[in-house]
Design a protein around this ligand. Structure first.
Ligand code: GDP
Length: 366
């Protein structure tokens, strides 16, 4: 039987399979007797926080735990992957606590889009789910955007209570908390963070003192299995996932035309009059228009990135999604990759993507 080892910092079970999961250490470090998981190691030596993730059941326990507290919940979502970064059923679990929403990664959307427009868009989307946050602040942890505003809002809305920061993995929670700590840490850095365990659970929160009695807790995220990090090589991921402002490319499409977004998928315009399609993807992706009849044959020629995706040998292994467009403007979202804004008088489209990627239609964000 495999021996179970625990991190002497936080008590998490040591594992080397999933970097984002609690208790991670690189494989060659698992043989030691006295092991500090990577997160505790980084905290101890570099005062750097790295957020971890939990499985679904543990995550729901965590939310229930927060629901039992009287606290302020800071809920981070990713503006670029809004659909993929939402926590399903958050409201049901966290009870009546106040929620402050941080809409992160604003830097990826075009600078020309007004902050207020993004804020209203987020509010409308959350309202559809029944959530009425105390405030929505648009931010970019990477660019330190609106940090003063966030800090002030947190201090106002917490009303002397603890703060719990929640979010799915990859929304940018650690980047944000590290930026917050750098800006506002008044305590000696070494004393700033302690890893805390809640007895009888596997929920390890990082606690950061706010004053003598109250804390800000960083909580593990939930893994979204459909995120590309799980099935694309990290080197390629850096190219296909936008690192800077998305590049808009506009097309006037006629029926029976197709737009390829590199080897990652395509959108066929089946019917409807001439319509405008604006693609928003990483600058490194090649975006190409062709006639739909020629599209299958052109797939291999037009892909820049050669990578293996489970279950996908050719364009025929892609999953397809059909949408009927209403008259007006909408976005077709290719989860984690980008989106296409379509303005039309109505029509039909078919989207082809690798089997693991999901596609949704939404109110246009821009
Ligand atoms: P966590 O899993 O929620 O803790 O997320 P991380 O902080 O580890 O960030 C996940 C990924 O998103 C990393 O590649 C970060 O560099 C990136 N990221 C974090 N914040 C931002 C941001 O404000 N803008 C952009 N463009 N990327 C970000």
């Amino acid at each position: 039987m495999k021996e179970i080892k625990r991190c002497y910092g936080c008590g998490a079970i040591i594992q080397s399979e999933n970097e984002k999961h609690i208790g991670y250490v690189p494989k060659d470090a698992t043989t030691k007797d006295h092991i500090l998981c990577r997160r505790c190691f980084q905290l101890k030596n570099y005062h750097k926080l790295q957020t971890t993730s939990l499985t679904k059941d543990d995550f729901l326990n965590l939310l229930d735990h927060i629901g039992e507290k009287d606290c302020l919940v800071v809920y981070m979502i990713d503006l670029f992957d809004f659909e993929g970064s939402r926590i399903q059923g958050l409201l049901r679990h966290i009870g009546y606590n106040d929620v402050l929403v941080l809409a992160n990664k604003r830097d990826l959307l075009p600078k020309s889009v007004k902050e207020r427009k993004l804020e209203h868009w987020v509010r409308r989307r959350l309202k559809e789910e029944g959530m009425k946050p105390v405030d929505v602040i648009v931010t970019s942890g990477k660019k330190n955007m609106n940090m003063d505003k966030i800090y002030d809002a947190m201090m106002t809305y917490r009303k002397q209570r603890d703060i719990y920061v929640v979010g799915a993995t990859n929304v940018g929670k650690s980047t944000f908390i590290n930026a917050l700590l750098k800006h506002y840490a008044q305590v000696e850095e070494q004393n700033l963070i302690t890893v805390s365990e809640f007895p009888g659970t596997t929920l390890d929160f990082i606690e950061i003192p706010l004053d003598e009695q109250t804390y800000l807790y960083d909580t593990p995220g939930i893994v979204n299995e459909s995120q590309m990090t799980h099935f694309v090589d990290p080197k390629i991921l850096k190219k296909i996932i936008p690192q800077s402002e998305l590049r808009p490319i506009g097309f006037q499409l006629q029926e029976k035309q197709t737009i390829y977004f590199d080897g990652l998928g395509r959108i066929d315009y089946i019917s409807g009059g001439q319509s405008s399609f604006i693609t928003y993807f990483s600058r490194q992706l090649k975006i190409h228009r062709t006639k739909t009849v020629n599209a299958d044959a052109l797939y291999d020629r037009h892909k820049t990135f050669q990578f293996e995706i489970d279950g996908m040998q050719s364009i025929h292994d892609m999953k397809t999604y059909d949408f009927t467009l209403k008259s007006g403007k909408c976005d077709i979202v290719i989860s984690g990759l980008g989106f296409i804004t379509i303005s039309s008088k109505g029509g039909k489209i078919k989207v082809h993507v690798p089997p693991q990627i999901s596609v949704t239609i939404r109110e246009a964000i821009i």
